[in-house]
Design a protein around this ligand. Structure first.
Ligand code: FAD
Ligand code: SIN
Length: 518
């Protein structure tokens, strides 16, 4: 089927939804999402969204904390812009109907997380993301110009390549005319012609074996831009969250928010002793890269699968009312956090790099924007400061929307784009070819391109990824397109990009840490 829309939005997390709401008064909006509308990292965000809302804190402090966490490679102008815009964007979220917790004086109740010098995290208990997603989806459903379509899997961006032209990364005017998407209801591949397209496809945690990100996080947007020969950046900076709940059978790994450490919880080794004093004077609240590496090192030295987070000394009432989701989740698996230490281990959590965009959210491909976790704005540099990603998503969704509203006035649909050609393709009946390759890929990335890297490990990963790439491309050339196959190709592309950019980095910065660069 063919569709024509002014604003095509791929992804229904905080980035896609807040953008859709902004552009909706100016044309027809279609939001495609590959699963249920609410499924994405946004829904799982616990800690909250960082912003300077009161005079007791200052923009300068938030800017400084972001730059320090980013390890000297943030784009300072982007940091300043994002942090100064934050209060306005927060107020808009509140207007859309999102609730943040208030204290007894009616002001926002603020939490603190690792790397923040102040209490500045707005939150809704310990389920902030679910509340944001609820509020935005409600506003979307109420809007007559927005069509939200679930179970629609975007496969590829449409560019000149689909009109028979040769497109390389040196082609100066690569232009996006929309996207092809697999319709989960009809199993056909639909053509979406769009004047402007926003990628808001989230992260790629499933490149790794253990991740806090949901199963939809397979780097689809990044891989699509890679195939379309667009510019990607900073992919080597993969953030591992120090404290996911150690419960090996569970996927995704359940997060134990950093806000619990902000409330006083302390990291302890396998024997129950504090250890962070060996690594950083900020102890359990040091930036995430430092804490994750410290835990990784302690686990390797002791040959254990997990360490502990101790919250037993925190006031019981505060713990249960402030962190009800964590309390209930841990109880489910027999851990009473008021009496027991919580077993934790690091897990892949966030991709700092992605589709390179300018301050208006424009990618290197004409008429294509990106916002949220799939984008690389320069805000995070080598390491994202906690709770800065939801903020980045709303700020860039806004900036991209302002630009796209102008752009739709001067762009026409590219009517000559052909439909997807699936002639001669066969249904791949051996699903094991996909599931086993995915497992292999995740093992390679976890063991060789994880928290601590080396030249040899990266080289090994690169060689093995090449083999997996070739095998999977052969399968793709002869198979009917499925979501599983497309996701696998996307995970391979992202793994390749992470590994290649890690090999190219010649110094340890932020989240990239190699024993050969010490
Ligand atoms: P997502 O919310 O991940 O949404 C991606 C969307 O894209 C989904 O709707 C998905 O279906 C769709 N999609 C993907 N591929 C396709 C495709 N091929 N076709 C169609 N649709 C597609 N950040 C903070 O700032 N504060 C926090 O407290 C915080 N806590 C977190 C806790 C957890 C457990 C996790 C995993 C992350 C956390 N983060 C936090 C990070 C933050 O939640 C994410 O970076 C952010 O929500 C990403 O939003 P997004 O809109 O870019 O993507
Ligand atoms: C957390 O709540 O610890 C996660 C916050 C984040 O990823 O920004």
């Amino acid at each position: 089927m063919r569709h024509e829309v002014d604003f095509l939005v791929i992804g229904s997390g905080i980035a896609g939804l807040s953008y859709a709401l902004k552009v909706a008064p100016y044309g027809k909006v279609c939001v495609l999402t590959k699963g249920d509308a609410s499924e994405g990292s946004t829904k799982y965000a616990q800690g909250g969204i960082a912003a300077v809302m009161y005079g007791s804190d200052s923009f300068d402090n938030h800017i400084k904390d972001t730059l320090v966490a980013g390890d000297g490679i943030c784009d300072r102008e982007v940091v300043e812009m994002t942090i100064r815009e934050a209060p306005e964007r927060i107020n808009e979220l509140v207007q859309y109907g999102v609730n943040f917790d208030l204290n007894k004086n009616g002001r926002f109740d603020l939490h603190r997380e690792g790397g923040h010098s102040e209490f500045r995290i707005l939150h809704h208990k310990d389920n902030t993301g679910a509340e944001i997603e609820r509020g935005l989806l409600q506003a979307i459903h109420d809007h007559p110009n927005i069509e939200l379509k679930e179970n629609q899997f975007a496969i590829d961006l449409i560019t000149q390549h689909h009109l028979g032209q040769i497109v390389t990364k040196h082609t100066p005017d690569i232009t996006c005319y929309g996207a092809y998407a697999l319709n989960g209801d009809t199993h056909e591949i639909d053509t979406y012609l769009a004047k402007t397209t926003l990628l808001a496809t989230g992260g790629m945690g499933n490149v790794y074996t253990t991740t806090t990100t949901p199963i939809i996080s397979t780097g689809d947007g990044v891989a699509m831009v890679h195939r379309a020969r667009g510019v990607l950046s900073d992919m080597e900076f993969v953030q591992f969250h120090p404290t996911s709940l150690y419960n090996p059978a569970e996927k995704p790994a359940f997060l134990i928010t950093e806000a619990l450490r902000g409330a006083g919880a302390i990291l302890k080794d396998h024997k129950g002793n504090e250890f962070m004093q060996k690594y950083d004077e900020r102890l359990s609240l040091a930036p995430r890269d430092i804490v994750a590496r410290a835990i990784d090192n302690e686990m390797k030295m002791a040959g254990v699968e997990h360490l502990y987070l101790d919250a037993r000394h925190i006031n019981k009432h505060e713990l249960i009312t402030g962190f009800p989701t964590i309390y209930a989740k841990c109880l489910e698996i027999g851990i009473n956090i008021t009496k027991d230490m919580i077993p934790i281990r690091p897990a892949a959590h966030y991709q700092c790099g992605g589709i390179k965009v300018d301050r208006r959210g424009q990618s290197s491909i004409h008429n294509l924007y990106a916002a949220g976790e799939c984008s690389c704005t320069g805000l995070h540099g080598g390491n994202r400061l906690a709770s800065n990603s939801l903020l980045e998503a709303v700020v860039y969704a806004h900036n991209a929307a302002m630009d796209a509203i102008e752009r739709v006035k001067v762009v026409d649909f590219k009517k000559e784009v052909p439909d997807w050609n699936a002639d001669g393709m066969k249904l791949n009946e051996e699903l094991v070819l996909i599931t086993q390759t995915k497992k292999e890929l995740q093992e390679i990335m976890s063991n060789y391109v994880g928290i601590v890297r080396s030249n040899l490990r990266l080289q090994r990963a690169f060689v093995r990824l090449n083999l997996i790439y070739r095998e999977t491309e052969e399968l793709y050339q002869r198979s009917v397109m499925t979501e599983e196959l497309s996701e696998l190709r996307n995970l391979i592309a992202c793994s390749y990009l992470i590994t290649k950019m890690a090999m190219a980095r010649k110094e340890n910065r932020g989240l990239h840490y190699s024993i050969d660069l010490l």
